[in-house]
Design a protein around this ligand. Structure first.
Ligand code: FES
Length: 130
C-alpha cells in the first residue's frame, strides 16, 4: 500500500461497523403506533390508527414498494409522542407524521415512500411529546 491509498477498513477487525442507508435491509421502514389505552388517556388507537396502518400497507403493496430493499410497514406500540397522535414515523430519515384520513396516508405513500419527498404539512413539531 502506498501512502496515497485509502485505509483498508475491511481488514481492520477492531473498527466497529458503521450504519449506512446502503446497509439497511429495508430502504424505508415505517412504524404506525397502534397503542390502545383503557384508562382514558390519549392514544393513537382512538384515532383510527389501525385503519390507517391497513391503508398504508395496502397502498405500499399495491404500488410495488413492499419488500427487502424497498419499504416495510410495521405496527408499533406507543412511540411516546401521544399528544401528536395518531403518529407514524419513517426511517431512516426519522420523519414523524400525524394524519387525519386516508388521503393523508396516500400522500405519505406517494410523496415520501415512493418519491422521497417529505410531506411538510403533516410533520409533527419537534417539541410535541407525550
Ligand atoms: S399512544 Fe401513540 S405515540 Fe403514544
Amino acid at each position: 500500500m502506498t501512502s496515497s491509498s485509502p485505509p483498508d477498513t475491511q481488514s481492520d477487525k477492531s473498527a466497529p461497523p458503521t450504519a449506512t442507508v446502503d446497509s439497511s435491509y429495508y430502504h424505508r421502514h415505517v412504524f404506525f403506533c397502534l397503542n390502545q389505552r383503557s384508562n382514558g388517556e390519549a392514544c393513537c388507537a382512538n384515532h383510527r390508527a389501525q385503519e390507517a396502518f391497513d391503508r398504508c400497507k395496502s397502498q405500499v403493496k399495491g404500488a410495488g414498494l413492499a419488500g427487502p430493499g424497498k419499504v416495510r410497514v410495521n405496527k408499533s406500540g406507543c412511540l411516546d409522542r401521544c399528544a401528536a397522535g395518531p403518529v407514524v414515523v419513517v426511517y431512516p430519515e426519522a420523519v414523524w407524521y400525524t394524519y387525519l384520513d386516508a388521503s393523508d396516508i396516500d400522500e405519505i405513500v406517494e410523496s415520501h415512500l415512493k418519491n422521497g419527498q417529505v410531506v411538510e404539512r403533516l410533520l409533527i413539531p419537534p417539541h410535541v411529546g407525550r
